[in-house]
Design a protein. Sequence first.
Length: 432
Amino acid sequence: MSAVVVIGAQWGDEGKGKLVDVFASHADSVVRFQGGSNAGHTLVVNGQKTVLHLIPSGILHSDKTCVIATGVVVDILGLADEIRKLKATGLPLTSSQLLISDTATVLLPYHKAIDQAREKALSDGKIGTTGKGIGPAYEDRASRRALIMSDLFDSKNLLQKIEFAIKEKNILLKNLYDAPELNAQDILKQIQPAIEELRAYRLNDVSLFVSQKLKQGKKLLFEGAQGTLLDIHHGTYPFVTSSSTLAGSGSISAGLGPHHLSKIVGVFKAYCTRVGSGPFPTELNNAIGERIQKDGHEFGSTTGRARRCGWLDLVALKYAIRLNGINSLAMMKLDVLSDHEEVGICTAYKLNGEIITEFPTSTELVAQVEPIIEYMPGWKEDLTQVKQLKDLPIKAMNYINYVQGQLGTPIDIISVGPDREQTLWVKPLYQN
């Protein structure tokens, strides 16, 4: 088994960054396949925190190759800044460590201007985007007016392409949003230093690269961003992100047949969180929710926004398992639930007086459901120092076993703290 996909099985922020960092020691290459700088992956190694947005979470392993694939929208200013910060820590960050697909979409300042102007205009009806320009960049790709990474190195035609891209946006900014227009020359001047910094990391053909790695018997790790319930097609639309967050999009982004993606690891917290607007069936608008938020440090690593917190939702999790073909689960932040008298688990919904066990595809119906919560005895012990599965308290193990039994999918990894070392393995990642 040489290709493993790591995806979020909830509303994002599940702890994928930590897990990919842990998994990367067992892989040869890490491929980020969707999203953009709206993702915030926090890694903690020996107590030192690193926050990544675009660079794959395997980058702290200097002997691994990290690839930004075609399905990612690349904020070149943000990426160049991220590279500079990592280099300042002593990481060499050569082209053997980081590669960027020549066909990935470029995200530029005008995408952010449109994104922020739209959210401001929506007022109370806002979606809750990060304002990072992700949606407008994906729109440009779909409408065939986007710049791709290879365009940045075509100095003869670059200005003309920027002028074409902002013509329509300036009309919107000026006449619809009453916002300042943008100048193509100014944008070109602003991005020129970033272009020169990124030149060294060009990857002409990402599909050929990953295919060759597989033929050589190398182990690939595919890293998703956001979470299943934020998928543009199958999430709680319109309160979703602008790309497909599902495991299958890893195949599309990398240009690799889906049969190669044989292990799909779904990452979920031992409870639930959601950032921004949209329905959240198990949300706890009470002292328990506030306590989970505080104990779990539930604040966005990209925006700093507080995350809404609630009990674990098995209905939504089963939906994520089905959509992605998840065959292995990783339970994160189990330690956050320590010292609760009881721990809640949503096992079904009540909708219009009926009990349902399938996640509704209508966002309006998701907003109407009432969660049916079952409670299990909590545990008092601090889990952060636990090194082996057998040392977990029995009540914590009962919680894990109950969840696993309800889902019918094995929980192979359990996280008991933010550090790389605070990871309990039930089963190895790569198996022959």
